[in-house]
Design a protein around this ligand. Structure first.
Ligand code: FES
Length: 145
């Protein structure tokens, strides 16, 4: 049985030294290639905030149904709730008489504040910031998603 050669010191040869150096150089090159690749694959592009102007008033019905959200009026001011179900993404309908958002696909139910009440959806709905375009809220609202 041969004894392992020391990496450096009196028993090592110039060949051992060069072989070890070559191996470490290969490791360094591999790491310098893998690290940027791993960072690239794990990188998530942050979503840009989207602002949507809604030129309707909440005074008539107390809510405005848009394609992606519903704006509600409250004593603390207006707020918007997403219409995308957190289960599989179906578009929610607002049931005005029950004051709930109902998913037509699998019947998940949410409050107007976006809190999950029942159904297969496990998360609450996202809410969005709403600002009035004018002081009297006649011109409409700006929703930041
Ligand atoms: S997609 Fe809404 S409950 Fe399934």
């Amino acid at each position: 049985m041969t004894e392992p050669k020391p990496i450096s010191g009196p028993g090592s040869t110039r060949r051992d030294f060069l072989q070890n150096g070559w191996r470490w150089l290969q490791y360094a090159v591999a790491a310098s290639l893998i690290y940027p690749l791993a960072r690239f694959l794990g990188y998530k592009v942050p979503r840009k905030p989207r602002t949507i102007e809604v030129h309707k008033s909440l005074r008539v019905t107390g809510f405005i149904v848009e394609h992606d959200f519903i704006i509600f009026a409250g004593p603390q001011g207006p707020w918007a709730v997403s219409r995308k179900c957190t289960h599989l993404g179906c578009r929610l309908n607002y049931r005005e008489n029950e004051k709930i958002l109902l998913c037509p696909c699998h019947q998940s139910r949410f409050t107007v504040e976006g809190k999950r009440l029942a159904g297969p959806a496990e998360r609450n709905l996202p809410t969005f910031a709403v600002t009035a375009l004018d002081a009297n809220e006649d011109k409409g609202y700006l929703v930041t998603m």
